[in-house]
Design a protein around this ligand. Structure first.
Ligand code: ADP
Length: 462
């Protein structure tokens, strides 16, 4: 493994920076430091940890513009979206600074008069996190903040495409007074570092956001030392537009859900399932809006859709479009791309596909790109069946003004996150996470600190 990791700007192909990579031995040393630091950090008071987190939050908000620029440079998303991510990410730190103080225990009536039962919560231990490139800031803070709040020490291995945001976050954490061994960043090969994490008995929890295949490997490898695991994995979100939907709202929210971050989020609408009676009108309105989006370097004013992160991601998107078109889909807008293999820059124009059917790969695989395939239905049960016909269960959206129908749809969708007339349901106050092969555990909300806590029960004999 080279000792340097070079980070490129996906919009220009330029080198942003080369940074040191850590060897397996160095990662082991980081784990040892984390293990030692846990002894003192886990014994600090909740209000002390809350104050440090609050300070970290304030510094991030203060530096939101620089952090946003860095995200745009290494991830490609438009600058305003990047700043939005920074504030959203910081929100988790503020939220868990507050939640740190609300980790309550219980006393329970004992079976006999001669006993007392006391239940307490304590930090799970040193935690290792592996995070993806699509939200280089928020995917770290929604893990690090609850871990630190609970009293855990924390090591992050960010995605190789976007390590600079992670290093900046850590720098600000140190400036806030969080000890260096409590929060560490290691960079290097995912598989190698993942194996060091999972094989170490000193790491008590693995928290991961990324693809389902890698999540499965980490879960299997974590079994050896029976670690706690939290997994935020792939999605394949359906977006149902029912016959009595407010179509303008559905289009507006579908735009938010589908095209932000160039479609590279695990909760992006991946399948638009639209009632036959409104399909043409919805497709027309969506195509008109998609055609207005400006594609380009996210640092340029007015750009809405940045580059695709890398060649692998780009080729997957293009192969899904080609496959759909070969099998009879119609390109209503987009379908084109700018590719520069020499520079390693890839842009896909916002695309809407009509006449999609279930024989097409796009109906079964996560796209991670700005492509909206529209399939129609006549009966709501058919739409629900189609929506649930996937191993994934992360986010689902539906649009209806009819509350009976809305309750029926929401109760029958096998998804962890449901947006009813809402294309952007993520919020620090709410538990984010998936069912089925989309993952294990929840991040955010009052649930978000739970995965970093152990339960201890003490029976006191009198
Ligand atoms: P994506 O395809 O979106 O990059 P991955 O699941 O491959 O999703 O990557 C998410 C994170 O997982 C990155 O930080 C990456 O370095 C890491 N990773 C990739 N392969 C492995 C592995 N075998 N073990 C542990 N981590 C890995």
């Amino acid at each position: 493994m080279p000792d340097k990791l070079t980070v490129y700007n996906p919009a220009t192909g330029e080198v942003i920076k080369s940074i040191p990579q850590q060897s397996a031995k160095e990662v082991e040393e980081a784990i040892e430091r984390s293990h030692q630091a846990f002894k003192t950090w886990s014994k600090t008071s909740a209000s002390e940890r809350a104050s440090l987190l609050k300070k970290w939050y304030e510094l991030i908000v203060e530096h939101k513009d620089e952090l946003g620029k860095l995200i745009t440079a290494e991830n490609g998303k438009p600058y305003q979206e990047a700043v939005g991510e920074v504030l959203y990410g910081a929100g988790y730190i503020e939220w868990f600074a507050e939640e740190a103080k609300r980790v309550y225990g219980r006393t329970v009536p004992a079976p006999t008069t001669g006993k007392r039962i006391v239940v307490t919560r304590q930090a799970v231990g040193p935690v290792a996190a592996i995070t993806p490139w699509n939200f280089p800031n928020a995917m770290i803070t929604r893990k690090a903040a609850p871990a630190l709040a609970a009293g855990c020490t924390f090591i992050i291995k960010p995605a190789p495409d976007t390590p600079l945001s992670a290093l900046e976050l850590a720098r600000l954490a140190y400036e806030a007074g969080i000890p260096k061994d409590v929060l560490q960043v290691v960079n290097g090969d995912g598989e190698e570092i993942g194996n060091v994490f999972t094989s170490s008995p000193k790491i008590r929890k693995i928290t991961f956001t990324g693809s389902t295949p890698v999540g499965k490997i980490l879960m299997k490898n974590s079994a050896e030392t029976v670690k706690h695991v939290s997994m935020e994995l792939g999605g394949h979100a359906p977006l149902i537009v029912d016959e009595d939907a407010n179509l303008d709202l559905a289009v507006e929210q579908a735009m938010v859900s589908k095209y932000r971050n160039a479609g590279q989020t695990c909760v992006c609408a991946n399948r638009l399932i639209v009632h036959e009676s409104v399909k043409d009108e919805f497709a027309k309105k969506l195509s008109e809006q998609a055609a207005k989006l400006k594609v380009g370097n996210g640092l340029e004013e007015g750009v809405n859709v940045g580059p695709i992160i890398n060649k692998k991601g780009f080729e997957k998107i293009v192969s899904q479009i080609d496959d759909a078109v070969e099998k009879g889909a119609k390109v209503l807008v987009g379908g084109s791309y700018d590719r520069n293999d020499d520079k390693g820059c890839y842009f896909v124009h916002p695309t809407v596909l009509g006449d999609v059917d279930t024989s097409m790969n796009i109906m079964h695989e996560e796209t991670f790109g700005p492509v909206a395939p529209i399939i129609s239905y006549t009966d709501i049960d058919e739409a629900i069946e189609l929506a649930n016909d996937t191993p994934f269960g992360l986010a689902a959206y539906f649009f209806t003004e009819n509350y009976r129908r809305g309750i029926y749809i929401s109760e029958n969708l096998d998804y962890g996150i449901i947006g009813w007339n809402d294309g952007g349901p993520s919020a620090v106050q709410a538990p984010f996470g998936g069912m089925k092969e989309s993952g294990v555990g929840r991040e955010g909300g009052s649930e978000g600190i739970e995965p970093y806590l152990e339960t201890k029960y003490m029976s006191i004999g009198l």
